[in-house]
Write a new protein. Structure first.
Lengths: 407, 407
């Protein structure tokens, strides 16, 4: 083979993927796209793209179809590329304290069925959570008339420190266990390949594959729910840090010796913003008869209603949380200078937290760069969008394995 | 040309560079290296590397030499690649409040001459600083018997918010001006192409090209001097944020409504650690006759000596700064999970700031990940190493332009 004329080998790039995999991802993100448009998007020669597409067609990951957007009445119809939907089914599951949500999708990411399971909202063992996960999985499969053996991969997203690369659960506010090999435990329990990640990363994957991120190379996602999480996209790829445990904005310290965090340390950003931070102040603002023995979700809702009704103590709790959120967002701006921050999570309904005041304060706390202010969007996605992100995680893992020649 | 057999075109990757440029960078980092070792390092096929090396040889950026490390007494001597040192001279200049430092290097980054200029340590206009820069540049060229026309590029590093891509100085603690087109102003003043960046990024480039980073794919640098800065290397490349103004760890907020920062905001990390933060507390700890009208550098030195002599107020100042440094480093760990943090800057001599206590506190404040603790190294580089980094910035810009076909 003459020098310089061989097929391109998978190459580890910027944030860790092969060019072949990036071709696959471009097609999946676009739905339908021509070879020439993939080449333009990735700034690679059309000849190189043609070679890589050939390999992906042979692997059964892509298919050719008529490019309906461009077909004309005359001549040979143009050919577009699309993901081969028969490449397999995958399941995405978002695990949360009070409810697990599961979604079945085809290889192109199209939702086919969904299921959810309500749980007692308390910390419990990983074994117990895996039993619950099996229940919601089987409910999902029953709906779709499929068996576990029909599933190519399950993506699991949960709050806490989850090491995607190692498959390890280091710590989670859901669980009484610490440092367990979550991926292999789930694979043993379900007999299906599993990918795991934290919930902020899966909602970021959802934005990347099915939301705003289809058109944006760089953006950050900040989530506020049971904790405060972050996902960062650099050049169309999720970046998890040098190891797999970075982007823990919720546990960056915003006050020396500050408020107690559920992680056991003091002064973490989430100790001022997350559900539990508001709930522990709520009993002071609410009538004691309302507050005693009330579930956290209910208490948070009561607090919000009291704030709307003019209870100054309740308003003060949200106002303070909003100021700390502004501070955290300003820190994201100062660190990453992203063109867009997406705010996501169940707490987006509490508009006190995300009012214009918060954005004004964020801009005041971010360094003045003499340029247009960073854009902030609020996406009050439900759990189903997060489960969709978990499915994207599973699809990514399959594509990684196939594109890198591991499967 | 049959599909899949064309030469590889420059491709924009993970953190923004072409494969050809990365080949050039591998050679420069290694000094001497064979084609096959470049291929291994970049995980690209030897055939692709051979094609790209051919282009770089033709552009005059690389040369072939006998691989002395591998030569044997029999047969054809193996051929290594090296940077072509005749490709041009470049100058790196570190601009600081009290002294500017300039270094002349060849295209392979080898130092050839150096010069420095002492200045009145006060904020001044950009025009004034450009006059000083011209002086130190001419002193350097005189030593080397060169003219400005012999210089291919000047790299300028200074503290503050410097937008490398746009060539803009947004804000600097050195300057009374705000938001000026520094690169074009310097090019007009010197008649030579100029590259600009903040000082934390240039010291990170120095580590990447001439220090620890030659062997490490991912690391972070935190600098403590007139301010607190940060540089981040992802997969052998400097990452500046999505825009060019990220990584401003010194201006992330670590206290709501906290200490006043030189940027005008409150609660920034550097407002607890940087020179000016210690100096403004020094007058309280020192004898008033020692403190009045004393230059900041001298006062800091007095404070350090008092602390060593047992002055509790002086010790308390360093101890508190050390705790905030630990908090800042823990935030870097929680955000980026880097295998190594390098601490750099003139303040590394104040061992109170970087004692074992600080590292112990950093580990206590970083999330417990059940793994080996992050490694922290202290590099008390002098200004010359920073100037070397500014030279690396200039070399990178030349190589970028040539490898991308812009020059």
């Amino acid at each position: 083979m003459p020098a310089g004329c061989g097929p391109i080998r998978p190459e580890t790039e910027g944030v860790g993927t092969s060019l072949r995999h990036r071709v696959f991802e471009s097609v999946r993100a676009a739905g339908q796209i021509s070879r020439i448009d993939v080449a333009k998007q990735l700034k690679v020669s059309p000849a190189s793209i043609t070679a890589l597409v050939g390999e992906l067609l042979e692997l059964g990951l892509l298919r050719e179809c008529t490019d309906t957007a461009r077909s004309t009445t005359r001549g040979r119809p143009p050919v577009a590329l699309a993901v081969q939907p028969d490449a397999g089914y995958v399941v995405g599951i978002k695990l949360a304290r009070a409810q697990h949500t599961a979604l079945l999708v085809d290889a192109a990411g199209k939702p086919l069925a969904q299921a959810s399971l309500s749980c007692q909202p308390r910390r419990r063992s990983l074994d117990q959570v895996l039993v619950e996960t099996g229940e919601v999985l089987d409910a999902l499969l029953q709906q779709a008339n499929l068996a576990r053996a029909d599933i190519a991969c399950i993506g699991l997203g949960l709050p806490g420190m989850i090491d995607h690369a190692a498959g390890q659960m280091v710590w989670s506010p859901l669980l009484t266990d610490l440092d367990k090999p979550l991926r292999t435990m789930a694979e043993d329990a379900f007999g299906v390949p599993v990918a795991v990640d934290n919930d902020a990363n899966i909602v970021t994957l959802a934005e990347l594959w099915f939301g705003k991120g289809r058109a944006m190379a760089d953006f950050a996602v900040v989530t506020v729910e049971e904790g405060v999480g972050m996902g960062l996209v650099i050049n169309h790829r999720l970046y998890r840090g040098a190891g797999s445990l970075g982007m823990e904005i919720g546990h960056t310290k915003v006050q020396m010796d500050g408020a107690l965090c559920q992680c056991g340390q003091r002064g973490c950003l989430e100790a001022y913003i997350a559900d539990y931070a508001l709930v522990r102040e709520a009993s002071t603002a609410l009538d004691p008869t309302d507050a005693t023995g009330t579930a956290p979700d209910v208490m948070l809702q009561q607090l919000f209603e009291q704030a709307k009704a003019g209870n100054e103590a309740a308003r003060g709790i949200f106002r303070r949380a909003g100021r700390f959120l502004a501070l955290g967002l300003a820190n994201v701006v100062n660190m990453f200078d992203p063109p867009l921050i997406i705010l996501a999570g169940a707490r987006m309904q509490y508009d006190y937290l995300y009012a214009d005041d918060v954005l004004t304060e964020m801009h005041a706390l971010a360094l003045n760069r003499g340029a247009a202010p960073q854009k902030v969007e609020t996406h009050a996605w439900g759990d189903l969008m997060w489960a969709h992100g978990a499915a994207a995680l599973a699809l990514s893992d399959i594509a990684d394995a196939m594109a890198e020649g591991r499967a």
